[in-house]
Design a protein around this ligand. Structure first.
Ligand SMILES: [Zn+2]
Length: 78
């Protein structure tokens, strides 16, 4: 067997938990490794990922505001 025959790009099929879309990701990709190590137990396709990231950012904004308020209250208390 030639070495070139042996080397091939492996791909992993993953299903998006939100829209059930099946995507092929590179077997060497960080996401594939995380999924195999159970560090990541769900996969989001790129569009869903972007949507979630946007929503998370929005939530973080309001969350930070809340956190800031709490901090300020504590400082006043001290
Ligand atoms: Zn999706």
């Amino acid at each position: 067997m030639k070495q070139t025959d042996f080397v091939e790009v492996k791909q992993m099929q993953v299903k998006c938990v939100l829209c059930d879309q099946i995507e092929d990701i590179d077997d060497d990709a960080l996401q594939a490794k995380r999924l195999r190590n159970r560090k990541l137990n769900m996969y989001l396709c790129t569009p869903c990922n972007e949507r979630i990231a946007k929503n998370t950012k929005k939530r973080h904004k309001s969350g930070n505001f809340h956190l800031f308020k709490e901090k300020k209250d504590t400082n006043d208390y001290l």
